[in-house]
Structure formats: C-alpha cells, structure tokens
Design a protein around this ligand. Structure first.
Ligand code: UGA
Length: 523
C-alpha cells in the first residue's frame, strides 16, 4: 500500500529530495509494521528498525520552543478511540509519526484499512493520508511500539463503573505492559480522564527498578465534532507531574505555539479536567433551569443568556438552553466528581443539582410534547429528529434522544426517528418498534408532532414548508431552540421550544397528506 502511494507521489511530480525522505520514512515504518506482524523481533532487528526509524523521522518537522525540537518525533498512542484518533491526527499534522496501539483486532484491522470507527470531521482524511505516507502505523503490540518511541500517550477509555467510579481496568493494563517493556528515557503521558491522584499512583508503580518512567498528566479538552480544530486552537494545555524535563518534552509535542501551558502537579492537572467538564455541566443546567423560569414569566432565554454571556466573568459558552448534556464525558465526569467528593466526605451539592436538572430536562421536554398533543400520546405519531448527543458526531452515549424516545413509547406514542449519521449506532439501543429512516421527510410523513432533539444544521436548513405538508399535524417542538420562531410560525406551524414564548402559525393553510387531524390542546 505504501509503495503505491509513493508511485502516486512521483506521478504528481514531487521533488527528488522529498521523495527520498518519504521513501526512507516509509521503509522505516514498514519495518516496524513487519516486526509487529511477526511479533517481537530479536534485538538486532529492533536496533536496525530504530536506526532507520530515527533517520526517517528526522525528515519530519517538530519543536515549538519547549524541550528539544529534535526529540520525540515518533510517539506511541495507546487506544484508538475518540481521543486517541484525534490526538494521532493532530500529531501527524504537526509532522510527527505515530504508532497507534489498538488492542481490539477488529478495530485495528479497520484502522489499518483506513476505515474510521468514529465519525469525526477531518480526522478520517488526515489518518488515511498518514497511513498512505507511512507516518502512521497501527499495531496491537505495545511492546514492539516501545522499541521505536520514547513517548507513550495513554488514551484508553475510562467508562463509568457501576458505582460511578471510573473503571480504570484499561489504564491499569497499559501500565503493567509499560512496566514490562518500556525503555529508559520513555515518558508516559496520561491523557485518559482519571480521578485526581491516579497519575501519582501510576508514578509510584513506574518508580523502578530497573529505572523510573516519568508520568505526566496531560488531560484532553477536545469536543466531539470539532476534535481536530479544538486541538489546533486549544485554549490551554495542562501538563502535570514532578519531572520538569519530561513535562517540557510533553509540552513540546502537544502544545501549539502561543497557547498558554499550565505546568502543575499531576493531581491538580487531573482536577482541572474534572473541574472544567463539571463547570460546563453546571452552566448548562443553570441555563436550563433559567429557561424553565423564563417560560413562566414570558421571557425569552436566548437573549437572556446572550446578555449574560457577554460578561467576561460569565462567558457565552455552555449557556445554550435545551435538552441538556449527554455524551461520554460530561455526565460521566460529573458523576465521578460527585462520587469522589462523597468518598472524601466533602460532597458536591451544586453538581448533584446539575445532574438532577439534566435528567429532569429530558422528561420535561417529552412531557411538553404530550401536553401539546392534548395530554395523551396514545396512537400519536412523533417524528424524532436527531439521535446523536450533539451535532457533528454519531455518538449516542447518554444521548437525550434515548430517554425522550423511551418516554414517548412508554406513553403509547408511535415513534419514527431520523439522524444524518447516528442511526447505525442508535439502532441497537432502541426498541425494534422505533422506525428509523435516513430521510427526514419520510420521518415526518404523517407525524402528529416533530421533535427536534439534536440541532443538526440539516434540520435548521430543512425545507420546513415541505415538512409541514407531509405532516398530519403542524406541531413542532424544538428541544434545542435552533429554529427561528417567527419564520416557523409563518409557515403555519404551532412552534414550541424551551424557555421561549410559544408561537402560533396560521394552521388554516395546512394541507395534511393524511387525515384525521390530531386532537390539540388549547394554547
Ligand atoms: C466535553 C467538553 O466540552 C470537552 O472540553 C472535553 O474535552 C470533553 O467533554 C471530554 O471530556 O472528552 P463533548 O462531550 O464533546 O466535550 O461535548 P460538548 O460540546 O461539551 O457538549 C456536551 C453536551 O452538552 C452535549 O450534549 C451538548 O448538546 C450539551 N450542551 C453544550 C448544551 O446543552 N448547551 C451548551 O451550551 C453546550
């Protein structure tokens, strides 16, 4: 595969010098790959691989003022999930080579073929190119990767365990492999989200003998859907540990020039991650509770949060009222911090409240649909638009859509659902009687209500006039406040959102495709 891409390069008229550099890099990483297929090779072969890899990697750029720019041109990234793949894409665009270590054989094979197990804008094309150019090698053998690099990023998952304490099994298993195989001079970079104190404990385990492996906590702040952009335009980098040389090496690899870098101890770095995600969750729940109040007093939450957010002490991000926070991070991290605070007898009342508000928000939305349909969902068809926990991703973990659909079905509704890209991931989590369709107009056809659950641009740009024509009743309940109430009402919809005054269009122009008209509650 690599030699084919070299041929294409020649056809495109690449210069001789750059071709030689590329050939040298390709041959070095092919050696690593070959060794990986064959299992750990003998010392001679590995030494040769390292020499060639060093030569090849010298062709790649690096350095940003921290550490020695010539060092760590090749990194190992352990864990091919969201963070691992986005980090890999970021590193290769910064001119580094990456050995991506993925334990799951199916996922590994797919990655080697250039197939992404996640939907994340930009990451797939960067990784496909890196594979072609041999700047990326996917392997299952961490021991072998450790021969070729002196910087290892741990990016494995830390899902919630039954007691809300993060399950650190995957991290622990990587650490035992590092103890067995890492070479002197290797820096271990902990990117997985872990409870404060974990980095320090891992440092004790990697203290030696025969040698100490410095552990640096370097939490990740990327958002799904904009992962690569977030990495290139990070607001800050956080580097925690007790070995300043190792910390400078990590900063040299991860930090973009001009980005603030916070150097601190590892527990503080880990707490910055939990504190940040929890504070975002707190803001979202605050905005949602304020939206409930706005509903009561006839205020509009959109200008309210806009007015608040312009105050730099408050900030505009995380103040959009809607269906609340989902995904694999905010809910899990808030629960973990509440649990950890409980175990330390400090408690975390504000975060407990944020979780309660978040859960209630989903029920409140579904309840609003029921109320707007005259108090009963029996025999009513609701078209759910959006399954992903937010736009730009196919991730449905802890997505509001799942709870909303469960409520609707539980109260007798018939549910059709659409999402531009999350249907595949949502299907196994939804009851069979939910009709999933790749066509939004098909989803809306014959519906008594449309419910916007994820604010995909596709829904903002939908031909709502056409949508109204295919629906049985023109009720639109917007769980993300993403449509313009005036415009939607002008099309003849009865439009309801969260924390904004209801609008009532002229329904006399509505010509439903199928009858009978739905029973509607008085407004
Ligand atoms: C979140 C953090 O924003 C990242 O900084 C962090 O790195 C990441 O978790 C992680 O720990 O890995 P992410 O889960 O991708 O990123 O999503 P966000 O964009 O933060 O949104 C989280 C949820 O809050 C979504 O369900 C979104 O719809 C909701 N949200 C967000 C709101 O309801 N209102 C807002 O104003 C913002």
């Amino acid at each position: 595969m690599a030699s084919r891409s070299v041929t294409r390069g020649v056809r495109r008229g690449k210069g001789m010098a750059s071709m030689q550099k590329r050939l040298s890099r390709v041959s070095a990483l092919q050696d690593v790959m070959a060794g990986t297929r064959a299992g750990p090779s003998n010392g001679q072969g590995r030494a040769g691989t390292q020499r060639r890899l060093a030569r090849a990697l010298a062709a790649r750029r690096g350095g940003n003022g921290h550490g020695n720019p010539g060092q760590d041109r090749c990194a190992a990234v352990v864990g091919g999930g969201y963070v691992g793949l986005a980090l890999t894409a970021y590193l290769v665009t910064k001119g580094r080579s990456v050995l991506l270590v993925e334990a799951d054989p199916e996922r590994r094979q797919a990655l080697t073929r250039g197939e992404m197990p996640i939907y994340e804008a930009g990451v797939d094309s960067v990784l496909a190119r890196a594979l072609r150019e041999a700047a990326l090698v996917v392997t299952g053998d961490l021991g072998h990767a450790l021969d070729a690099t002196r910087m290892v990023f741990i990016t494995v998952g830390t899902p919630s365990a039954a007691d809300d304490h993060p399950d650190l099994t995957a991290v622990t298993s990587v650490v035992s492999e590092l103890r067995a195989h890492a070479k002197p001079g290797t820096v271990v970079v902990l990117k997985s989200t872990v409870p404060p104190g974990t980095g320090r404990r891992i440092q004790e385990q990697l203290q030696g003998p025969p040698f100490r492996l410095p552990v640096v906590s370097c939490p990740e702040f990327l958002r799904e859907g904009s992962a690569l952009r977030d990495m290139h335009t990070a607001a800050r980098h956080v580097i925690g540990g007790d070995d300043s040389e190792a910390m400078a090496r990590v900063a040299a690899v991860v930090a973009a020039p001009g980005t603030p870098v916070i150097m601190t101890d590892s527990a503080s770095a880990e707490l910055i991650k939990y504190g940040s995600n929890s504070f975002l969750a707190l803001k979202i729940s605050f905005a949602n509770e304020l939206a409930r109040f706005a509903d009561q007093v006839g205020a509009d939450i959109v200008p309210v949060v806009e007015g608040m957010g312009l105050d730099p002490r408050i900030g505009a991000e995380g103040l959009r009222a809607g269906l609340g926070f989902g995904g694999c991070c905010l809910p899990k991290d808030v629960r973990a911090l509440v649990g950890a605070a409980g175990r330390h007898d400090t408690g975390f009342g504000t975060l407990e409240a944020a979780l309660q508000v978040n859960a209630a928000q989903r029920a409140l939305f579904a309840e609003k649909i029921r109320r707007e349909l005259g108090g009963t969902l029996n025999g009513r068809r609701v078209a759910v638009l959006g399954l992903a926990f937010k736009p730009g991703t196919d991730d449905v973990r802890e997505a509001p859509s799942l709870d909303v659909i469960r409520y609707l079905l539980g109260h007798g509704a018939e549910v059709t659902a659409h999402d531009p890209c999350a249907i595949g991931k949502a299907a196994p989590l939804l009851p069979l009687d939910v009709r999933l369709t790749p066509d939004p107009y098909d989803c809306l056809s014959g519906a008594d209500a449309a419910a916007i659950v994820t604010e995909w641009p596709e829904y903002v740009q939908l031909d709502w006039d056409r949508a109204r024509q295919v629906m049985r009743h023109p009720l639109l309940v917007d769980g993300r406040n993403c449509l313009d109430p005036g415009e939607i009402a002008r099309l003849g919809f009865r439009y309801r959102s969260l924390g904004r005054p209801p609008t009532q269009g002229d329904c006399s122009t509505h010509r439903p495709q199928s009858s009978p008209p739905a029973r509607v509650a008085p407004t």
